[in-house]
Design a protein around this ligand. Structure first.
Ligand SMILES: Nc1ncnc2c1ncn2[C@@H]1O[C@H](COP(=O)(O)OP(=O)(O)OP(=O)(O)O)[C@@H](O)[C@H]1O
Length: 231
């Protein structure tokens, strides 16, 4: 389980996270919802180690991650699908997937077949450059690349952003499959309410750097929850 306990995060003098605490349990999909700029990506930057926290602690399966470099978090089993995908445009699809080998021991350096069962389009495009893929295909590639690292927890930053509805459905199915087949913990941040309601076991809503609501997915339909999500 991933536990984020009372973290604060600053960019210079500006505070982006205020006393944020969340839990992402194994075998569950945990969604953090919120409008633009409320601090969702900052939360994931803290979890993945891309930005330090000013105070508070983050732990995964009992190991504290404080001060641990992103590379070592990946070795521990933290897979990350960043906002905007960040695939390598000049590398082929295969080479992009192979970048996921970095934290793995030599014996595990292969591309698991299940990536191609989930996203057949990747197999048919193995030799194509990442930059030539559509936005939706790039999102599938970014999830595939994270799966290559054999994560115990998968962290996704707005996986539906700029993606057409049919591919959003595929991505939702893939996320559920990963939860059910591997029992991994999945933590995703989103603005898209329906996607979260459909997928999430547990939801949190963020507003202005704070967690303002927590509960099961059904609680998203309460007026109180809606108030924090409408612009
Ligand atoms: N590198 C940075 N330097 C200074 N301020 C930043 C930086 N990154 C983010 N911020 C600010 O921190 C706050 C939270 O940003 P963050 O990107 O975490 O929000 P978000 O909820 O992920 O938004 P979006 O949905 O637009 O990605 C915003 O006010 C943003 O302007």
């Amino acid at each position: 389980m991933l536990t984020v306990d009372n973290i604060n995060l600053h960019y210079g003098a500006a505070q982006a996270l205020r006393g944020v605490s969340i839990k992402a349990e194994m075998g569950k999909i945990t969604c953090v919802l919120g409008r633009n700029g409320v601090g969702k990506s900052s939360l994931l930057r803290a979890v993945t180690g891309q930005h330090g926290v000013s105070s508070g602690t983050i732990a995964f399966s009992g190991t504290t991650l404080d001060g641990m470099a992103p590379f070592n978090r990946a070795k521990l089993g933290l897979g990350y699908v960043p906002q905007g995908r960040e695939i390598f445009p000049l590398l082929t699809v295969r080479e992009n997937l192979e970048t996921g080998y970095a934290p793995l021991p030599r014996k595990d350096r292969f591309i698991p077949d299940e990536i191609f069962s989930l996203f057949p389009v990747l197999e048919s495009m193995l030799g194509r450059r990442g930059g030539d893929l559509s936005g939706g295909q790039q999102q599938q590639l970014a999830i595939g690349r994270a799966m290559v690292t054999r994560p115990k927890i998968l962290v996704l930053d707005e996986p539906t952003e700029g993606i057409q509805p049919s591919i959003i459905k595929d991505i939702g199915r893939a996320i559920k499959y990963l939860r059910d087949s591997t029992g991994m913990a999945i933590l995703l941040v989103e603005q898209y309410l329906d996607f979260c309601r459909e997928l999430a076991d547990q939801v949190y809503i963020m507003d202005r750097g704070e967690i303002v609501h927590e509960g099961r997915a059904e609680t998203l339909d309460t007026p109180e929850a809606r108030r924090h999500l409408t612009v």
